[in-house]
Design a protein around this ligand. Structure first.
Ligand code: FE2
Length: 466
């Protein structure tokens, strides 16, 4: 036996005793507390398969958490010991479990085999770098190695934490640990050691906007070493909404997430395809039951996580739900520094004052609050006193020779003659790209720099000093 294996065996004996000492009532409350994290864990996963487990001995019970995740759209699976491996099989509603190899309840052999997107993992001890001590048979290490779930989450009582779990080469580290005291992101620090550079692009308008953005984003990603690019795409389809084909163009050119606004549904197909596109975000303050999501969590190449939230203003716009409550709900599910390494809020809104209120309200809690919708960049990109980058409106990516991205002839004629006429057509001249580029502090996730970005023929060009 190697020295690491001997140390693990000694730790196993100690931790079995420690876990068994947690009083029954405290165990029950701890299990219920885990449900607070359900939404955070599911952010960015669309209709995921979540594998849980049936608790044995004094393991923390994942039952309430699993039920809560099922209510948020997850499909549940349980492990079944098959030879020296775990197979995960769907737990179909109303189907009883059958006793398995160790007398533990398992799905019946006929249940469909699945690969979990999110794997809940029981454990005896953990450390803050994701080190996990199991029971020694290696089932979960082999399952993680072969199945590569998108997220592995160890469940434990807080008292099961140790300074460092001895690790052998076959041991797999977990992404997150969830205890009754909260969520520990084990990838922070280990995953990325420098601050993040994020580019946000204003409303991409029609073909001129799409052309300049798809040309420039690959170059800017490389030149500025960007970690994430986010863009508002609600006017991408000739000024009115977005199609799935256009969304693919954006994702393929290097945009990580696309936000929307008051034109979200101008292309009716968006009502359908948004549910299968986890990186497309509509305003969070649409009424309950609206298709899609109001926030998404994207992962950068270095493993950092950026929460993107979209909101609609309420001044001089259609009546929507309360944007304050909507954003607080999203931030509570995914706080900066705990689940998200950076947070970007797109405040899609007519009124300058309302955007500035949102900036100050969220100052110190998110990395960037940026206004969109007016299609004209404001010259106030800066960092607020609490550390949040802010710009009242970041302008559009489109043809500035027109009127808010449309061919100027019809709007001008209609303003003079005051009579209805032809359709507003997207302008067709060369596009100018506008946005804001920020850099975040890797310890706090707040902004350390913020600069306007403008590239194109119509406005004075500017950008960060990178
Ligand atoms: Fe808009």
């Amino acid at each position: 036996m190697t020295s690491a294996a001997e140390s693990k065996e000694a730790l196993r004996r100690a931790m079995r005793r420690q876990r068994a000492e947690v009083p029954v009532e405290q165990r029950r409350l701890a299990s219920e507390t885990l449900t607070n994290a359900s939404r955070s864990l599911l952010l960015g996963l669309s209709a995921p398969i979540v594998s849980g487990y049936v608790p044995i001995r004094a393991e923390i019970d994942p039952g309430a958490l699993m039920a809560s995740m099922e209510r948020y759209g997850a499909r549940l699976a349980l492990p079944r010991v098959e030879g020296d491996r775990l197979a995960f099989r769907l737990q179909l509603p109303g189907t009883p479990l059958v006793p398995g190899a160790y007398g533990i309840g398992e799905p019946a052999a006929g249940s469909p085999v699945v690969v979990p997107d999110l794997m809940l993992v029981p454990l005896l001890a953990f450390d803050r770098r994701g080190g996990r001590l199991g029971y020694g048979a290696g089932y979960y290490d082999r399952a993680i190695t072969t199945m590569q779930p998108r997220l592995t989450v160890g469940l434990a009582f807080a008292c099961q934490e140790v300074a460092a779990v001895p690790m052998e080469t076959h041991d797999r580290r977990l992404d997150l640990i969830l205890t009754e005291q909260g969520l520990i992101d084990c990838r922070r620090g280990a995953a990325h050691s420098r601050s993040m550079r994020i580019l946000f692009l204003g409303d991409i308008c029609g073909r001129p906007g799409r052309t300049i953005v798809t040309q420039q984003v690959p170059l800017l990603r490389q030149r500025w070493k960007l970690d994430a690019v986010i863009a508002n795409g609600e006017n991408a389809a000739a000024g009115f909404g977005i199609t799935e084909a256009i969304l693919h163009e954006f994702l393929e050119c290097g945009i990580d997430a696309v936000t929307l606004g008051n034109h979200s549904w101008d292309q009716r197909e968006a009502l359908v395809f948004i549910d299968r596109q986890p990186r497309l975000v509509r305003p969070a303050n649409y009424p309950a039951g609206t298709p899609g999501r109001g926030a998404t969590l994207i992962e950068t190449a270095s493993g950092a996580r950026v929460l993107v939230v979209n909101l609609l203003g309420r001044l001089f716009m259609e009546a929507f739900d309360d944007s304050v409550r909507a954003v607080e709900r999203e931030l509570e599910a995914c706080p900066l520094g705990q689940v998200a390494d950076a947070i970007v809020v797109d405040m899609h809104c007519e009124a300058t004052s309302e955007k500035q209120v949102m900036g100050h309200m969220l100052d110190g809690r998110v990395s960037l609050v940026v206004g969109t919708h007016t299609h004209t960049p404001s010259a106030d990109a800066r960092i607020l006193s609490g550390g949040t980058a802010f710009q009242t409106d970041t302008g559009m990516c489109g043809d500035y020779a027109g009127v808010i991205g449309f061919d100027r002839r019809e709007p001008v004629r209609r303003y003079i003659e005051r009579t209805p006429g032809g359709r507003w057509e997207s302008a067709s001249g060369p596009g100018t790209l506008c946005g804001i580029a920020i850099e975040t502090d890797d310890r706090t996730g707040l902004a350390v720099s913020a600069a306007r970005v403008c590239i194109g023929p119509e406005l004075e060009n500017c950008g960060p000093a990178w």
